[in-house]
Write a protein that binds this ligand. Structure first.
Ligand SMILES: *[C@@H]1O[C@H](CO)[C@@H](O)[C@H](O)[C@H]1NC(C)=O
Length: 280
């Protein structure tokens, strides 16, 4: 499948727009998730499933007993918070764990600068209707603060329950997937995307300083996605930090094929850029 690109650690590329049809080649496409490996239960205890009308739509990260970070594009601006729920401590979405907890959503706060076209500020805060109790399976991830740097080449992890191939949802029992990805410089990431589409209406610098890229630019391993809104988690010392929230990546190659040239990094909302907004 896909020319053997999907080795164990490799990812399959999958990308689906979060809402509506697949977008044209020169627009960002929003990922659901990707391939990778099955996760061991309890390994990523901040991972949540954001559900709209009881269907998984996006990932998210628990940052405090009553707060989750996700992506702004995950939320339908005309929907009410009561249409969403957050499932915490889940492992296999099709096989509910005794450790999982569901919370209603009290409030969804989209970053005020969120721009759907450019994907700038693609971040949202979700306030749970009541706090959760932390357990081995439900734990917050640390925020990185405003000035922490994650160097280019550092490997971090993307996790989620997204699709594993185009048109193919994660198979039952829908076990959480993880993927190891190196951080890529903004310049290299822009170069990679510009090589695909030199005349993008978003200009040659569509990857902004408020975004973070991770994945592969020239590896036959290919990139798989991550669940939109879900975590890019980086470990430093003994602490895991939320470096990014899955925002978008390219789903079509120059021939217009989906997922057959998965050599594009994923683009994340850089949490460090929104520290003061989150703290506020
Ligand atoms: C959103 O981004 C697009 C593309 O960069 C830009 O043309 C537009 O002016 C932005 N919208 C706002 C409200 O800033």
């Amino acid at each position: 499948m896909m020319g053997g690109l999907c080795s164990q650690l490799a990812l399959l590329l999958l990308l689906f727009p979060a809402h509506g049809a697949v977008e044209s080649q020169d627009q960002p496409v929003f990922s659901r998730i990707i391939g990778g490996q099955d996760v061991q239960e309890g390994k990523w205890p901040w991972q949540v499933s954001v559900q709209e009308d009881d269907k998984h739509v996006c990932g998210g990260s628990l940052i405090a007993a009553q707060w989750v970070v996700s992506a702004a594009h995950c939320f339908n601006p005309s929907a009410s918070p009561s249409q969403y729920r957050v499932v915490l401590g889940a492992h296999q979405l099709a096989n509910p764990s005794p450790h999982q907890v569901t919370r209603e959503v009290q409030q969804i706060i989209l970053q005020p600068s969120y721009n759907k076209t450019s994907s700038v500020a693609d971040i949202a805060l979700v306030r749970l209707e009541k706090p959760v109790t932390f357990t081995k399976f439900i734990q917050p991830i640390a925020l990185p603060g405003a000035s922490r740097q994650f160097p280019v080449g550092k490997t971090c992890w993307v996790t989620g329950w997204g699709r594993v191939e185009v048109g193919k949802p994660l198979p039952t029992p829908k076990t959480l997937q993880q993927l190891e990805v190196p951080i890529i410089s903004t310049a290299a990431c822009n170069d990679r995307y510009n090589s695909l589409n030199p005349n993008s209406p978003l200009g040659p610098e569509r990857i902004k300083s408020s975004m973070l890229c991770a994945g592969y630019t020239d590896s036959p391993k290919g990139f798989c996605n991550g669940d939109s809104g879900g975590p890019l988690a980086c470990e430093e010392g003994d602490t895991w930090y939320l470096a990014g929230a899955v925002s978008w990546f390219r789903i079509r190659n120059v021939r217009g094929e989906l997922c057959s040239d998965p050599e594009f990094p994923g683009v994340f909302t850089r949490l460090m850029a929104y520290d003061s907004w989150i703290q506020g």
